[in-house]
Design a protein around this ligand. Structure first.
Ligand SMILES: CCCCCCCC/C=C\CCCCCCCC(=O)SCCNC(=O)CCNC(=O)[C@H](O)C(C)(C)COP(=O)(O)OP(=O)(O)OC[C@H]1O[C@@H](n2cnc3c(N)ncnc32)[C@H](O)[C@@H]1OP(=O)(O)O
Length: 220
């Protein structure tokens, strides 16, 4: 039986008090810098990572950032670049407005979060966003295609440092948004112990081999 499957069967869900105390100690931690510390490792591309130019596919069909099963989601399709870099496009739809005719800042942050998160697949690591800092440089109108780029800049322990930009008017157009983030490597138990049973079961039964591989095969 695969490790993730054993973890599911023998899972030990955290009690409410465990979740609360974990939350308090994390909240008391000083903010992590967004710059890789001196001595951080240079992120290495996994030998089995998709080749430059290949699309990565969604990691979960119901993901608000990349899943095809979310009609109001971003349905972002990331492509592998050289090294540990990715690019993606996202066209702002009416459902994504904040001010009339303009993209909501949270949606733009989601686009960056998803693009940055997809870098982890090139390293064959499962990681969640720990900290994400966005600069909103220009307003982004509905109908605009945001050209996104992201790169991993350093690794230290479980922390993965990365940065990304979103440009308008073409892949070399003006920067409209940019972000720095620290992702934290987790085991598949992070999802099993904290997610809802219904969705976890559905994800495990996903007939899409690529998505299953992204979710599980990086956790031997
Ligand atoms: C069976 C089905 C399975 C399906 C599987 C599907 C897999 C699909 C593949 C991929 C999915 C990825 C999803 C992509 C979606 C886009 C990305 C998102 O939006 S993710 C959602 C938003 N993020 C969260 O919900 C995190 C919530 N936070 C937590 O769960 C914890 O706080 C966590 C895991 C981040 C850390 O908790 P700790 O207890 O494991 O680790 P500690 O010991 O506290 O920290 C470890 C190191 O990380 C630093 N760290 C921790 N939290 C940090 C933070 N918030 N900012 C900066 N650094 C932080 C610490 O300073 C520490 O560093 P030092 O080792 O001391 O140097």
């Amino acid at each position: 039986m695969a490790a993730w499957c054993q973890a599911w069967h023998g899972r030990d869900r955290p009690s409410d008090s465990a979740v609360r105390s974990a939350h308090v100690s994390a909240a008391e931690r000083p903010r992590t810098s967004m710059t890789p510390p001196p001595g951080a490792a240079i992120p290495a591309r996994h030998p089995d990572a998709p080749a430059p130019g290949e699309t990565l596919g969604a990691h979960y069909e119901q993901c608000f950032g990349c899943g095809a099963g979310q009609p109001y989601g971003l349905q972002l399709e990331a492509r592998a670049g050289e090294g540990v870099t990715v690019s993606a496009e996202f066209t702002v739809k009416e459902a994504h407005q904040g001010a009339p005719g303009l993209a909501h800042g949270g949606v733009l942050t989601t686009a960056l979060d998803e693009t940055l998160g997809s870098l982890n697949w090139l390293m064959h690591v499962i990681a969640v966003t720990g900290r994400l800092e966005t600069d909103f440089v220009r307003p982004v109108p509905v109908g605009t295609t945001l050209h996104l780029d992201a790169r991993a800049t350093g690794r230290e322990g479980r922390k993965i440092y990365c940065s990304g930009t979103g440009r308008i008017g073409g892949p070399d157009g003006e920067v409209a948004v940019r972000a720095d983030a620290v992702f934290i490597e987790v085991k598949v138990e992070h999802f099993i112990n904290n997610g809802r049973e219904e969705e976890i079961k559905a994800a495990m039964a996903d007939p899409d081999q690529v998505r299953r591989a992204r979710a599980f095969e990086v956790n031997p």
